[in-house]
Design a protein around this ligand. Sequence first.
Ligand SMILES: Nc1ncnc2c1ncn2[C@@H]1O[C@H](COP(=O)(O)OP(=O)(O)OP(=O)(O)O)[C@@H](O)[C@H]1O
Ligand SMILES: Nc1ncnc2c1ncn2[C@@H]1O[C@H](COP(=O)(O)OP(=O)(O)OP(=O)(O)O)[C@@H](O)[C@H]1O
Ligand SMILES: [Mg+2]
Ligand SMILES: [Mg+2]
Lengths: 153, 153, 163, 163
Amino acid sequence: IEKRFLETFNAVSRHFRNTVKRVFEGGRGKLYLTDKDISKAGLEIEVKPPGKKHSNINLLSGGERTLAAIAFLYALYKVRPAPFLVLDEVDAALDDANTLRFTELLKQMGEETQVIIITHNKLTMEAADVIYGITMEVPGVSKVIGVSFESLV
Amino acid sequence: IEKRFLETFNAVSRHFRNTVKRVFEGGRGKLYLTDKDISKAGLEIEVKPPGKKHSNINLLSGGERTLAAIAFLYALYKVRPAPFLVLDEVDAALDDANTLRFTELLKQMGEETQVIIITHNKLTMEAADVIYGITMEVPGVSKVIGVSFESLV
Amino acid sequence: MIRKLKLKGFKSFADETEISFSEGINCIVGPNGCGKSNIVDALKWVVGTTSAKGMRADTIKDVIFKGSEGRRAARSAEVSLLIEGQELFSAKSSLTEVKRRINSKGESEFFINGRKVRLKEIQELFTNLGLGHKDYAFFEQGQIDRVLRLKPTERRALIEEAA
Amino acid sequence: MIRKLKLKGFKSFADETEISFSEGINCIVGPNGCGKSNIVDALKWVVGTTSAKGMRADTIKDVIFKGSEGRRAARSAEVSLLIEGQELFSAKSSLTEVKRRINSKGESEFFINGRKVRLKEIQELFTNLGLGHKDYAFFEQGQIDRVLRLKPTERRALIEEAA
Ligand SMILES: Nc1ncnc2c1ncn2[C@@H]1O[C@H](COP(=O)(O)OP(=O)(O)OP(=O)(O)O)[C@@H](O)[C@H]1O
Ligand SMILES: Nc1ncnc2c1ncn2[C@@H]1O[C@H](COP(=O)(O)OP(=O)(O)OP(=O)(O)O)[C@@H](O)[C@H]1O
Ligand SMILES: [Mg+2]
Ligand SMILES: [Mg+2]
């Protein structure tokens, strides 16, 4: 059991290091265990954006925290994807440049697993395979309508 | 002291009722005191979006909660504006239609008090009187640059 | 993978509503307050979430349609999920229907392919599909950085889930 | 109203930086991580915020520039604010400079128009300007719905501030 845990941890941290380099275009991401005794150890996350000196995740900005969390999720799914993934407006804090980096990762995850994502951001909508519109034409009652991407931009 | 509190409460709740009607284009906003004894009473907030039956703020959506909080802030400032107001990406959860309703309120608040607002949303930037750009051309070191609105869209 | 989601009387979905999802990236869009996050709640509910807080509600009965102008409140809510799942330990791909129904007293009933089961069986089914840990597959609105806010020992559970 | 904000060695503002604000709506824009919310922290800090959590930091010393690829860490941080204030109880409009400085040991010093004062005097100055309650003038990133999450007795304090 512990051997499997350690193998998984090593695989996830390798993917995390690579994914942080990709989304932050540099910098360093690191996962480490808080205790030599594997059965008791917790998991710490460190991210150092490019050009910056410190790696404390509490000093990161709103958008940087979103990118760090998405990089961790991507690393987990590289090792073992869940049968489906549900994301509700996870791109809210991202500027346009980071939204595009996010959608690159999203498209890759979409090849391994089914993704259901809610967004108001047109850049993210462009990455979708299928779009579903929800309306409340009758006030208070939700309905699903077919939507084409062209009608949204 | 209690007389002043009650007068202020009544003025804020009147403005709140009107502002909710404006930003939700209908519906009903209500403030009420939780205790007959004014010195002990807390403040409850109720918002019923148009066409919906319940008024429990916990059932509101992400964007509806933002609108309710902004309506409350606007009502407070109508009664007594602070010397300045700082808003950090408060429009993140709003769709385009609600962002425009928000900027209408913002412009009115800007006439009574100095507002400092941080945003990634171009619709909100359009409502600004002055725009300041922050960059990190030297990685890790922030600088302020002059920005014109035309360069952003 | 989810093939189809059906909702009836669940939160703002008063009428029977069906969504057929596809592979890849399924994007849900719409104005504020139209019911997008209610779909996420429906998915969490049918896979076994039992807490009212997890449903953004005060009591678990709050998931039943409360009525609107022109519509009476519903007396029950029902969500069903059609899943095409590769069981973790076998190559067999099967189509399973999971359903949950709640009545006005707040009592829930669970069904797998029409057979009434207990909550425990639902949770076992989803653990076998690789969905044992809620934080592994659901990222709620405003909670994307939740993994950064967890304590180190809580984060460890996500690695265990991947193992 | 704020006329000017000066930062030096505060968070990512390593070099002396000056921003002259104007009336009406001042909009601050820039990419993720460039230092926009650090400006909000600087404003909260100079008006007297003492908690590290309020500075999104682990210790209060974290507000001092920690260095970057080509730059050494700073040994102190300083923020000053030039305020044109209508005192609440008189029509007089005056220009006041408030300054806060912190050294590498974490000790803060406060100044009003160059005169060294205690934190208490800073807090009194801002209470007289109508800024007694932090939640009245600062809405941090991701916290716009904070007033909805407060308990009813905590919300009451906002009405008292307006009174
Ligand atoms: N039991 C219920 N009965 C009827 N309506 C409900 C019920 N529970 C919630 N609602 C309604 O659902 C709406 C919220 O929907 P939801 O949170 O899904 O919106 P959303 O599409 O995610 O919006 P946003 O873009 O603002 O996040 C609320 O306006 C609320 O009135
Ligand atoms: N003491 C410090 N010394 C140096 N840099 C610091 C210090 N404290 C914070 N930072 C840096 O400031 C950056 C965060 O800035 P800030 O939160 O202001 O970004 P932002 O412009 O608001 O971004 P977003 O749009 O993502 O919210 C972090 O990348 C962090 O590295
Ligand atoms: Mg939502
Ligand atoms: Mg920020």
